[in-house]
Design a protein around this ligand. Structure first.
Ligand code: AMP
Length: 302
C-alpha cells in the first residue's frame, strides 16, 4: 500500500454559532491538507498523520475524529501531561480573527518518539510538513526533525514543504527565515503563498519566490497567489496556471491547505504537475465556498 504522511498539529476549533453558543471541530494546516488528500485518494492509499496527543477526553475525541476520517494517527506519541491546542474564531461582520491557546499543546512534543516517526517516514511515498510544524517545536527538536527527514526519506519518495509563514509563532524572524530555508533545501516540493513570502522574504514577484527556493535545491515549486494565477517552476521550467473564478466565496480559511491536499492526491496518482494544479485549484475553489477549514467529504466531488 502507498502512504502519504503529514507531520504537524491538529487543534480544537471553536467557532461562533448563535449568540453565546460555540461549535466545536478540529483543524490544523497539515491535518487539513491530509483531509483533502484523503477525500481524493482511493482506498489503496494510506493517509497517515504524525503529531503528539494527550490522553485526556478531548485528545481521545480528536484522535477518533481523525481516524473516522480515514487518516491513521495511532502511532503518534501520547504526551500524558499535555492537552490539545485550541483556537477560537471571532466574527465581526464578514471579518474573521483568531485567538490561539497552543503554547503547551501535546503536538509540540511530537518528536518524543522519533524512532517510530523515522520508521513511518521510511515507508512513505510522500512526506509533508509546514513552517507551522517547525515553529511549534523546540530549537533542538526542529533540528532533529529536519535532519531525520533528510536521512530517512526514501530516495524515490517526495518530501513536500509549505512554509506557511506565521510570524506570531516564531520568537526571532531571522531564525524563522533560516529554518524555513533549511526545510526547503531538503525538500523536493515547496508550496509557498506569495502574499507571505513577499512580506517576510522581500520577494518582488512570484518568480522571485520560485527562484529563491530553486536556488536552495527544490525541483518543484508551486507559488500560490490567492485568486491570481498559480506559478509553477518545475525542473527549471516556468508555467503560469490561471485560477478559474468561483462565485459564492465565503471563507478563505484553509484555501492553501486544500490546494496542497488536492495537489498531492493528483500528483501521486498521475505524476502530472499541470493536472495536479487543476485538481488543487478546483479543491481550493470548493473550500473557499464553505465556512471553516474542512469541507465534508460528501461535498468534495473530486
Ligand atoms: P492562497 O493561499 O490565498 O494563495 O490560496 C491558495 C489557493 O486557493 C489559490 O492558489 C487558489 O487556487 C485558491 N483561492 C484562494 N482564494 C480564492 C478565491 N477568492 N477564488 C478562487 N480560488 C481561490
Amino acid at each position: 500500500m502507498s502512504t502519504i504522511l503529514g507531520i504537524g498539529e491538529c487543534m480544537v476549533e471553536l467557532s461562533p454559532r448563535n449568540e453565546g453558543q460555540l461549535d466545536k471541530s478540529f483543524a490544523g494546516d497539515v491535518f487539513n491538507t491530509l483531509w483533502y488528500a484523503r477525500a481524493a485518494l482511493g482506498s489503496e492509499w494510506n493517509v497517515a498523520f504524525h503529531s503528539g496527543f494527550g490522553n485526556d477526553a478531548m485528545s481521545i475525541k480528536m484522535k477518533e475524529f481523525i481516524e473516522n476520517a480515514g487518516i491513521s494517527c495511532a502511532s503518534s506519541p501520547i504526551i500524558s501531561d499535555r492537552v490539545p491546542g485550541l483556537y477560537m474564531i471571532h466574527l465581526d461582520g464578514a471579518e474573521r480573527s483568531f485567538s490561539y491557546w497552543r503554547d503547551t499543546s501535546a503536538a509540540r512534543k511530537l518528536m518524543q518518539d522519533a524512532e517510530t516517526l523515522w520508521a513511518k517516514v521510511r515507508e512513505s511515498d510522500l512526506v509533508f510538513l509546514s513552517g507551522i510544524t517547525l515553529a511549534i517545536l523546540s530549537d533542538t527538536d526542529c533540528e532533529r526533525l529536519l535532519n531525520g527527514l533528510r536521512d530517512n526519506t526514501r530516495p524515490n519518495a517526495k518530501l513536500a514543504f509549505d512554509p506557511n509563514i506565521r510570524p506570531r509563532l516564531w520568537n526571532d524572524m531571522d531564525r524563522m527565515r533560516t529554518v524555513i530555508s533549511k526545510a526547503a533545501s531538503i525538500s523536493n516540493i515547496v508550496m509557498p503563498s506569495f502574499e507571505d513570502e513577499q512580506v517576510w522574504f522581500g520577494d518582488a514577484t512570484p518568480e522571485d519566490t520560485a527562484k529563491r527556493y530553486q536556488a536552495l535545491g527544490a525541483t518543484q515549486i508551486i507559488v500560490k497567489n490567492g485568486e491570481d494565477a498559480t506559478l509553477v517552476l518545475h525542473d527549471g521550467e516556468f508555467s503560469l496556471h490561471p485560477v478559474t473564478p468561483v462565485s459564492g466565496v465565503v471563507d478563505t480559511t484553509a484555501a492553501g491547505d486544500s490546494f496542497n491536499g488536492g495537489y498531492f492526491a493528483e500528483l501521486l496518482q498521475t505524476d502530472d504537475v499541470a493536472q495536479a494544479i487543476k485538481s488543487a485549484q478546483s479543491c481550493a475553489g470548493t473550500c473557499v465556498c464553505f465556512n471553516g477549514a474542512l469541507v465534508p467529504f460528501e461535498r468534495l466531488t473530486s
